[in-house]
Design a binder for this molecule. Structure first.
Ligand code: ZN
Length: 393
């Protein structure tokens, strides 16, 4: 991919282009910043600019054999590595790299995406760099001159996942870099890298992307409808990858309906409906419930925004503006700040080993009261396990 496929990150891009233009390319770079904002995309554009056979300065032509090989991630002098579980399957790894080549912002790592085919699958397998891989996949190939490129480029994604032994082996490579070798390390956790590795890298900070940038990309590149794109972009906290993940999540829209129904029933104190909703939600499991509570939080924050800015409010749930307006009009006494506190506390409890049903029931009750007037914002969850759940009036 060429630089034009990179979203924003001008500072990092300019620094790298200048380095190529002035022929002052460093041996090692560290790209750091949150996940999903373009560290890998920039690394790949940089690799292509370095390898292009007909480059005009730091601009790759996009047409030559080298460019096409880098684009497909099959260039023998461009190595892209990702942390792997010890039993990772070679075909699976190859497929992940192909997906990265097709969409450099896609989630392809084993931790966020244990299964490529199922976006909701989870796994507690650890992914890491073993010392064996550093030797096999880096030390040996790096000891030769470039095969057909002008440089040897290594992109080590999520570099903080090197274990101690692997870090030390990698440090040796950094200390004695081969001719025309460029290492690019990407990480969201630079604090977890050895100081001796950090000090040998030129560091470039990457910033979260503005929501309008993500929104535009979702429409232009991923073919999303403008309304959906706007909503997902605002939910994504500056991460294009996160927005893509959300767009793949079929449960998202269903969960938003659950949130609206939950709040409505809590307000009118429909105990029967609430008991059913709580029962159904708690069966979805802890992770899903946390996701639902996050949506609830974004919904309440939208109510606050609409309350102060009305039509000009930059709503997250922009496609639900009508429902939000109605809510604000119909529930004028709601203590929204207390509601935010309540949902945050419920999220915290849902992350711990507290029975989900108890948390959700207590939340329904407290939200119901906070929607009718001032509330102290504390959630009372009876910690004794009870099988009969009563909703206090
Ligand atoms: Zn080229």
């Amino acid at each position: 991919m060429t630089w034009s496929a990179v979203l924003d990150q001008q500072r990092a891009v300019e620094a790298l282009r200048r380095a190529i233009d002035r022929e002052r390319v460093a041996h090692a770079y560290l790209f750091y910043g949150p996940d999903g904002i373009g560290k890998r995309a920039v690394a790949l554009a940089f690799a292509q600019a370095l390898q292009c056979e007909q480059a005009a300065g730091s601009d790759a032509c996009g047409q030559c054999t080298a460019c096409r090989k880098v684009q497909r991630l099959v260039h023998p002098d461009v190595h892209v590595l990702l942390p792997q579980p010890s039993d990772a399957d070679a075909d699976d790894v190859a497929e992940r790299l192909q997906r990265l080549a097709a969409h450099p912002y896609a989630a392809i790592d084993f931790v966020r995406r244990p299964s490529l085919t199922d976006a909701t699958a989870s796994s507690n397998k650890q992914a890491f760099y073993s010392v064996g891989r550093i030797h096999e996949e880096l030390r040996r190939p790096m000891s030769f001159r470039p095969l057909e490129g002008q440089y040897k480029v290594v992109v080590l994604t999520d570099a903080e996942m090197m274990r101690v032994e692997a870090s030390n082996a990698f440090l040796k490579l950094l200390e004695e870099p081969g001719p025309r070798t460029v290492f690019v390390l990407t990480t969201s956790r630079p604090d977890r890298l050895l100081p001796t590795i950090l000090s040998r890298c030129q560091r470039l900070r990457f910033d979260p992307l503005p929501a309008p940038t993500i929104e535009q990309a979702l429409v232009d590149r991923d073919g999303l409808a403008p309304d959906t794109a706007a909503t997902l972009a605002r939910m994504a906290d500056g991460s294009y990858m996160r927005a893509l993940e959300l767009s793949e999540n079929d449960d998202l829209m269903a969960n938003r309906s659950r949130v609206v129904a939950f709040m409505r029933w809590a307000y009118v104190r429909d105990h029967e409906q609430l008991a059913d909703a709580v029962e159904e939600m708690s069966k979805l499991g802890r992770e899903q419930v946390k996701g639902i509570l996050r949506l609830m939080l974004s919904w309440i924050r939208d109510l606050m925004l609409f309350g102060t800015m009305s039509e000009a409010a930059p709503l997250v749930n922009v496609d639900q503006a009508d429902a939000i307006q109605k809510f604000v009009e119909n529930v004028p006494r709601a203590d929204l700040e207390a509601m935010v506190q309540l949902v945050e506390e419920a999220m915290e409890l849902a992350g711990r080993n507290v029975q989900l049903k108890l948390v959700l029931m207590a939340l329904a009750h407290a939200l119901g009261r906070a929607m009718h007037g001032p509330h102290d914002g504390t959630l009372y969850v009876p910690l004794a396990e009870t099988s009969e759940l009563a909703l206090p009036g």
